[in-house]
Structures are given as structure tokens and as C-alpha cells.
Design a protein around this ligand. Structure first.
Ligand code: BTN
Length: 324
């Protein structure tokens, strides 16, 4: 965390009560002039900071930014989000997370206000305008690489539960889109670096259309997308949402490590919008139509095809179709 973020953190935790420049300087082992310089920078970023002679600085207003100090104020986690790297604009938080993953602690988060080259699944682009939540979590799980898909399901569950917590009915479309009223509000892209029997790191990228105007999306995805703002009828507090998401994610991740995957899967199945649907699955090799009848222990989708055969799908694109 930078000195500027630490100063902001102290102003936030003082909840509007003035804190003296001298106290800030001595607690952070910097000069009072350095404190003053950071206060000026924070003001330039839109933070409203009052200063009164003899009493010090107090925060009276903050811009709607996903700054680490704002997220961390009140974040109740042990590992996820202890370290947060923040960018106003970046190519892709997943790419950045992969760059720093080797030297980063497990649970480090990379977050950005906008992405210029956001990555979606199967090589697609992911639109990432201002107002959304674009973040990546670095994990170093002690699991076999072939079980890595479980992390994606876990992330989808954490996102769906966080959205559900806002009284919006959220469903998970296999493998990991979160839908509201059949429209996509969140996508997840998990990337990993591994040897045959050992994961070096996984990067779980989560994109949430929070306060995004999906009407401005290109025609081909406009009708398939929605945002939390649209569903609620008002903007969401993104810092609050990120805190809840990271807390939910950590809860699921610790359960997964302690008790295994079965309880996560149970909850995933309960929130699945895919099981019971007639679907079209497109894999690299083929296209399959049938009823989604279940998800097995590794997150593989089980389809009953029109001729009654069971097919297991490890990876692919899933479309929910209406039965004719
Ligand atoms: C998909 O549904 O296709 C997956 C979309 C994943 C988007 C997120 S946004 C944060 C992270 N950084 C990226 O470049 N992609 C993921």
C-alpha cells in the first residue's frame, strides 16, 4: 500500500474526525510536508478533505472510485484483498495479475476502473467501461490442475450469492456466467500456470456490469446483457459490493480447502439456471443439443441428448434454448 493510500485509510477510519498532520507523519514515518503533498494529490483525485489549523485533516467526501483504501475500510477477510493493486485504466486485470503472480501473496487483488483490452472466455473481448467492477484474484491452491475448473464454479457462486444479497434474483449459467432474468450481469475468466501435477498460480478474473449502461453495448450483446444498476433502478455502491464479493469468495474458498468441493457444488446446483434447461453446447469439436441434467463433481455438465444418450461436457459455450 502506498503512503497516499495509508493516509486515506487513516482519514476513512477516523470517520470525519480531524487527524493532525503531525500524527499522520509520525505514524507513517514521513515528514509533515510529505503528508501535505499526498493530501493535495488526494484532493486532486476528488477526495474532499477539510483542513483546520491545530486540529488537522478530515475526510468529508469521497469520489466513487475503487481505491484500495476505500475497499479495505471495513473489509472482513484474512487473505483475499489484503493486498490490492489499483489502476484507473489497464489493458486487463488478468494480464496484470499474471505478470505479478509469482511474487504476489495468495489473495492479492488487481482491480481497475476501466480495461482497454478486457479478456473474455474463448478469446473474446470483454467490454469494460467505467462504472463496472473489473477485478482479478491471485490464488495458489494446493489442488491438482485438473480440478482448477472448481475455482471458476466457486467464483460464479460467490458472485451470484453477492448479487442475490441485494435482493436481485441471480442464477448461474454453466460454467460461470451470472444471469439476472436470463441476461448476463457477470462473467468469469480463470487462467492458470501449472505443471502436470501442481498449480503455480490461478488468476480468477471477475467482471461485473455494476453501474454500466448496457444500452451502449454493441447490438450483438446488448439484448443479452444487463447491469446491477438497471435491475435495481439505482446505482450500486461499488466499494460495498467489492467488499461483499471478496468476503463471500474467501468464505467459499476456505470451505473448499477445509471440507472439499461437495458443499460448494451443492450450493452451485441450487443456484444453477442451467440444470433442467434445454441447451445448445458448442465445443471445439462439436455442437450438442439436449437437456442439461446435472453437473458432476468436477463441474462437468451432463447433457441428455435427444436420442437419450448422456454426454459429459468439460468445456464449451452453453446457450439456454426454449423447447419447441
Ligand atoms: C466471459 O464471460 O467471457 C468472461 C469475462 C471475464 C471478464 C473479467 S473482467 C476482470 C478480468 N480481466 C479480464 O481481462 N477479464 C476478466
Amino acid at each position: 500500500m502506498t503512503i497516499k493510500d495509508k493516509i486515506l485509510g487513516k482519514l476513512i477510519s477516523n470517520k470525519g474526525t480531524p487527524v493532525s498532520g503531525e500524527k499522520l507523519a509520525s505514524e507513517l514515518s514521513v515528514s509533515r510536508a510529505a503528508v501535505w503533498k499526498h493530501i493535495k494529490t488526494l484532493r486532486g483525485e476528488g477526495y474532499m478533505i477539510d483542513s483546520t489549523t491545530n486540529r488537522g485533516y478530515s475526510l468529508t467526501g469521497a469520489p466513487d472510485l475503487l481505491a484500495p483504501a476505500q475497499i479495505k475500510a471495513g473489509l472482513n477477510t484474512c487473505i483475499i484483498g489484503k493486498e490490492i493493486h489499483y489502476f484507473k485504466e489497464i489493458e486487463s486485470t488478468n494480464t496484470k495479475a499474471r505478470e505479478i503472480a509469482h511474487s504476489a501473496e495468495e489473495g492479492t487483488v488487481v482491480i481497475a476502473e476501466t480495461q482497454s483490452g478486457g479478456k473474455g472466455r474463448i478469446g473474446r473481448k470483454w467490454l469494460s467501461p467505467e462504472g463496472g467492477i473489473w477485478l482479478s484474484i491471485i490464488l495458489k491452491p494446493k489442488i491438482q490442475p485438473l480440478h482448477a475448473a472448481r475455482l471458476t464454479l466457486l467464483a460464479g457462486l460467490a458472485a451470484a450469492k453477492t448479487i442475490q444479497g441485494m435482493s436481485i434474483e441471480a442464477k448461474i449459467k454453466w460454467p460461470n456466467d451470472v444471469l439476472v432474468k436470463g441476461k448476463k450481469v457477470c462473467g468469469i475468466l480463470t487462467e492458470m500456470e501449472a505443471e502436470l501435477d501442481r498449480i503455480d498460480y490461478c488468476v480468477v478474473g471477475i467482471g461485473i456490469n455494476a453501474n454500466v449502461d448496457t444500452e451502449l453495448f454493441p447490438e450483438e450483446i446488448r439484448d443479452l446483457s444487463t447491469s446491477l444498476e438497471h435491475e435495481l433502478g439505482h446505482a450500486v455502491n461499488r466499494n460495498w459490493f467489492v467488499r461483499r464479493l471478496l468476503e463471500e469468495f474467501e468464505k467459499e474458498y476456505l470451505t473448499f480447502q477445509k471440507d472439499g468441493f461437495s458443499s460448494i457444488l451443492e450450493e452451485w446446483r441450487n443456484m444453477s439456471g442451467t440444470i433442467g434447461e434445454y441447451v445448445k453446447i458448442t465445443t471445439q469439436a462439436k455442437t450438442i443439443y439436449g437437456e442439461a441434467v446435472g453437473v458432476d463433481d468436477d463441474g462437468t455438465l451432463v447433457i441428455e441428448t435427444n436420442d437419450g444418450k448422456l454426454e459429459k461436457i468439460v468445456a464449451g459455450t452453453c446457450e439456454h434454448l426454449r423447447r419447441t
